[in-house]
Design a protein around this ligand. Structure first.
Ligand code: DP6
Length: 357
């Protein structure tokens, strides 16, 4: 068996600490995806995953990811299965890099076996990386014996995938970009985390039109990098996004779903405009996405409060009152008969499964 360095403390008075480490050999966590109403698009620091703009999202009650992390003393590398299949290449590299961060925080070197099950199609702009890294952050931190509060879990999840910082929390969450000029990496890291945003009195649903569940051609990571580097529309969008956020917070406070939807839709369309102006352009929206957007316009003309948002993929999410969700879903099913339509509501934050610490 390979020794783990540094060795757990052996002094008698530290026995309880060692006991905790020995006990916490594994943990299983569940997290749900979130959909941003004010988008995260563009990093100011890729290594630390620090965003250019603040963002705000709703965690969903569907498509959970369940992840188990088990420490593997003696193993010389981490292993990862996704949906029961061994993962390799970039996916494994990203998970190992993430576990390295956890190991550094815990002062441990032992490798891990990670087993993750997504119920959402991976890489299709349906936020699988958000639920995936939020679940991994909670499970890995626990398995390695780190005691992290929700804010620290959010910071940690952020290092795996920016949007994962928000899936730590139930309902609506605001991810602070953090101070743009921090003196040290540690200070920059500390300033960038998500926190819950109260939205009492709001009773929304998000109707999701899955027009194509296949993986995207350009990853969101690459697309946001290219947009930041080459799009003349990026800076104006980033500036206006700050105003969108202030208005969004006020709209949430007064439980004004119409305003929430209007702001979310313009923020998302603006984000897609920045990508269309990138060189070369990144276009995620497909003909079927535009068909859904037309239906949303028609729903509004018919008096339904329905507003769309789209991420790094062709699927469209429509925000509406919960009481109108079935009607909106019916209309969208008619608009994209080859797609599938699901209704999501505000969902829970990331959590350990019962029986796990
Ligand atoms: C369009 O969080 O997947 O969904 O930090 O590079 O992993 P990385 O990116 P990711 O980007 C999500 C972008 C978005 C908007 C959003 O969720 O805010």
């Amino acid at each position: 068996m390979r020794a783990e360095h540094p060795a757990p403390p052996a002094a008698p008075q530290q026995q309880p600490q060692q006991q905790q480490w020995e006990d916490r050999q594994h943990a299983t966590a569940v997290a749900h995806p979130n959909i941003a109403l004010i988008k995260y698009w563009g990093k100011r620091d890729e290594r630390l995953v620090l965003p250019r703009v603040d963002s705000l999202s709703m965690t969903l009650d569907i498509f959970p990811t369940t992840t188990r992390v088990r420490l593997a003393p003696g193993a010389d590398h981490d292993t990862l299965t996704l949906g029961g299949r061994p993962a390799e290449g970039e996916t494994l590299r990203r998970v190992t890099a993430f576990l390295d961060l956890v190991r550094a925080q815990a002062g441990r070197s032992v490798r891990a076996v990670v087993d993750s099950h997504n119920t959402v199609p991976t890489g299709a702009g349906l936020a699988s990386s958000a639920s995936g890294f939020a679940a991994l952050a909670v499970a890995a931190a626990t398995a390695y014996g780190l005691r992290l509060d929700a804010t620290a879990r959010s910071r940690l999840a952020r290092r795996g995938s920016g949007s994962a910082s928000r899936s730590i929390f139930a309902g609506f969450a605001l991810w602070h970009a953090g101070p743009p000029t921090a003196a040290t990496d540690a200070e920059a890291d500390l300033g960038s985390y998500a926190e819950p945003v109260p939205a009492a009195g709001l009773d929304p649903a998000l109707v999701i039109a899955v027009v194509n569940a296949g993986p995207k051609a350009v990853s969101s990571r690459e697309a946001m990098r290219r947009t930041l580097d080459t799009s003349p529309l990026y800076e104006p969008w980033a500036r206006s996004s700050g105003d969108d956020l202030s208005e969004m917070r006020a709209a949430l406070r007064r439980a004004d779903l119409e305003a929430v939807g209007e702001i979310a839709e313009r923020n998302a369309l603006g984000m897609h405009a920045t990508m269309l102006a990138a060189r070369p352009a990144v276009r995620y929206l497909a003909p079927a996405s535009l068909t859904v957007l037309d239906s949303v316009l028609q729903l509004r003309k018919d008096g339904v409060c329905a507003y769309a948002t789209m991420d790094a993929g062709p699927n469209v999410k429509v925000l509406c009152p919960r009481t109108d969700a079935e009607r909106v879903a019916r209309v969208l099913r008619g608009a994209v008969p080859d797609g599938s339509v699901l209704i999501a509501r505000p969902g829970p934050g990331a959590r350990l499964l019962p029986g796990e610490r």
